[in-house]
Ligand binder design. Structure first.
Ligand code: HEM
Length: 300
């Protein structure tokens, strides 16, 4: 309702009040120049916006959209990835084995420090990466929208008129049995390891059929950050913790809730009660994450 801007103080009161609280707080942050101490992502974005003469009030507004874009996607995808792995003991054991290769153990004073090397995730943890893609396939139902800028005919078949609105239903692609096979409706953590066994056409259909981050000019700029955050968090949880349902049984992923307007990722229909304990082997250990800055990236 907030997006529709139809008397938001009445029709979307909770969200409207939250925005009224957050915007001045972010503006105050920028007025005090605190972004000088922020990480490269925040500082670089503010620098680019100022070049275009955006004000601190504009920047404060942008922060709200970033919180929305990042958190409403990262959190449910982390949750479902973790749940679906933990629901399968063999998958959990295989991923633990993979993650053990990228965690180093050091002693700092009297503490054991476990350092997870985020830059090695992609190369050394193919099963974890496959579970990540499978989670996005199951969980993300985004519908990017585009406006047609001029009349065009695509493939001699589809005529698009200037000013028309196009919706690209990612969820329909992600659920398609034609693309993913008869088990499209279930989580298969090993699905993206099996690509070599597919025909060329099937591989092409699956590459084009996975659309979690949109595409083109508006392709999600947070996609690498999302991978690092989600995959490293899940790797740490799987490797360093034992997670069970409250009754001691295996994790049962909850069903998806019906999506609301503006949500790209599906959320759980209800909470689940779990018990989280450190694995005996790592009791008292501290976790650290090794992050490498891409070559050429600004340091501030
Ligand atoms: C699993 C996590 C995420 C998913 C599934 C996701 C998905 C999407 C999708 C579908 C779009 C629309 C793309 C289009 O219209 O073609 C988008 C745009 C965007 N996302 Fe993400 N996103 C995720 C994480 C993040 C994170 C972590 C950030 C920032 C820290 C972020 C920032 C943005 C921004 C700023 C846009 C607008 C881009 C534009 O309009 O040019 N996203 N995202």
């Amino acid at each position: 309702m907030l997006f529709l801007d139809f008397f938001p103080s009445i029709t979307a009161r909770k969200a409207w009040n939250a925005r009224k609280t957050l915007t001045p707080a972010f503006e105050d942050y920028y007025n005090k120049g605190l972004d000088k101490n922020a990480n490269a992502f925040i500082a670089g974005r503010a620098r680019a916006a100022r070049v275009e003469e955006f004000t601190n009030n504009d920047l404060a507004g942008f922060e709200i959209t970033i919180c929305f874009a990042a958190l409403t996607n990262t959190v449910p995808n982390s949750f479902f990835m973790l749940c679906n792995i933990l629901a399968d003991p063999i998958l959990t054991a295989d991923i633990r084995e993979e993650v053990s290769k990228i965690v180093t153990r050091t002693i700092l004073g009297r503490r054991v420090v476990l350092t997870l090397d985020i830059s090695s995730l992609e190369e050394d943890c193919p099963l974890l990466v496959s579970c990540y893609h499978e989670t996005l396939r199951m969980c993300v139902n985004a519908t990017p929208v585009r406006v047609v800028m001029e009349d065009v005919i695509i493939k001699d078949r589809y005529e698009l008129k200037k000013g028309g609105v196009i919706q690209i239903p990612g969820g329909a692609l992600h659920e398609s049995e034609r693309i993913w096979g008869g088990d499209a409706g279930v989580f298969n953590g090993r699905r993206f390891l099996q690509k070599k066994q597919l025909s060329r056409e099937q591989r092409k259909a699956q590459t084009q059929g996975l659309f979690p981050f949109g595409g083109g000019k508006h392709l999600c700029p947070g996609r690498q950050l999302a991978f690092s955050e989600i995959a490293s968090f899940v790797a740490m949880m799987i490797y360093g913790f034992d997670v069970k349902m409250r009754d001691g049984g295996l994790i049962k992923p909850p069903p998806f809730k019906v999506q609301q307007l503006g949500e790209n990722s599906k959320k759980p229909k209800h909470d689940i009660e779990v018990i989280i304990a450190r694995s005996k082997e790592f009791e008292g250990a501290v976790w650290a994450f090794k992050v490498e800055t891409a070559p050429g990236a600004p340091s501030t």
